[in-house]
Write a protein that binds this ligand. Structure first.
Ligand code: ZN
Length: 82
């Protein structure tokens, strides 16, 4: 049987790898499959979309002048051209 870590061949029934000493009776490492990726990406997208609408809704409720799109020129005198 091969060591999962260093790929060294070991005797069948060996308890630990003779090269790196890792426990050969451990189950193989769990790796995410496509279902896991789909689920996690779905959760991330749902959270982002919910945040987008939530923040948009919140910003839409803020009264003037905090959501001004155009900044009056007297607020930014350094941008005025004479
Ligand atoms: Zn090993």
């Amino acid at each position: 049987m091969k060591c999962l870590v260093c790929q060294t061949d070991n005797k069948d029934g060996a308890k630990v790898c003779r090269k790196c000493g890792v426990d050969l009776n451990l189950p193989p490492l769990w790796r995410p499959d496509w279902k896991w990726h789909a689920k996690v990406l779905g959760v991330i997208y749902v959270v982002l979309i919910a945040l987008y609408f939530g923040i948009s809704n919140f910003l839409g409720r803020i009264p003037e002048p905090y959501r001004m799109r155009q900044i009056p020129s007297e607020v930014t005198p350094w941008l005025q051209s004479k």
